[in-house]
Structures are given as structure tokens and as C-alpha cells.
Write a protein of this length. Sequence first.
Length: 137
Amino acid sequence: MSQARILGRAAGPYLLQASVAACHASARTPEETDWATIVGLYGKLAELTPSPIVELNRAVALAMLFGPEAGLELVDTLTSEPALKTYHLLPSVRGDLLQKLGRFDEARAEFERAAALTQNERERKLLLNRAAACVRG
């Protein structure tokens, strides 16, 4: 596949990342975000600089565009990635998607795992609050 072209030239990873940020910055709400463009940008970024973190970010964008099942499908392929073994955002994202799907017990466990992995006290508290909020509807 050819590289994305932005402003008439081949886009490198920094330009692709900046383009993702620009999409986020130009939207007033998550619903107004151009998720299709963001999914495409992460796809191009994955071609240039393959990484499980890029794929995790792409999974979030896919979930926003197509629903939590689409994002969870990609996230689940990342759970065995050695580079993400201690990365708290993987179980955090997984917990969020599971919660949106009504799979509250699984979501609670993921939020608790994410809380145990983070070094940031505020983030830990937020994740534990999200875990506590996972009650059957």
C-alpha cells in the first residue's frame, strides 16, 4: 500500500500523529469527531510504524466508529502482546468496551487490573471508581 499523502507529500509518522490530534481538536464533542478519518490515519501509521500501542489506539477509534464489539475484537488480539503486558491502558480500554457491552463482571476485573498496573494515583482512583460502577443493569 502507498503511504498517506497529506499536503501533497508522503506523510511520515509525526504528520499522521498530528493529523489524528487535529481531528480530535477540531471536534467539539466525541460524537462530532471524524472517526473514519482517524481509523484510516491509524491504519497508515500502523503500516509505517507497526506497534501494539498504535493498534490499541486504532481499536478505540474503531469502537467509536462501529461500536464496542468492533473495538473489542481488535483489543482481544492484543492481550498476548508482550509489550502491553504491564501497560495499564490495555485493560482500561478493554474494561470500557466490556462495560459498554453490558459485560460488567469482566469489565470490573479489567478496571481493577488496570488500576493495579498504573503508577498514577489519580488514574488508579478513577479506574477503581469505574470498577465499582460496574453493576448489573
